[in-house]
Ligand binder design. Structure first.
Ligand code: FES
Length: 64
């Protein structure tokens, strides 16, 4: 499980909480997150995690 303070994108120092907030505010694709928070752009290492988080949050929301 992830904690709010976990850094997901190390290049930009962006935490799980920041990504979660962005997704809730409508930045609900990799592209939108990249535009908004600059995540997934530098090395791309975090993209797998971002995809997982997107899936978790979006699936969790739509099935609730
Ligand atoms: S860790 Fe996110 S772009 Fe490098």
């Amino acid at each position: 499980m992830r904690n709010n303070s976990d850094v997901i994108c190390h290049c930009e120092g962006v935490t799980y909480k920041e990504i979660e907030d962005a997704i809730k505010n409508g930045y609900d694709t990799l592209e939108k997150l990249g535009d908004h928070l600059n995540v997934g752009i530098a090395c791309g290492y975090c993209i797998e995690d971002l995809e997982e988080i997107l899936e978790e949050l979006i699936t969790g929301q739509s099935s609730a």
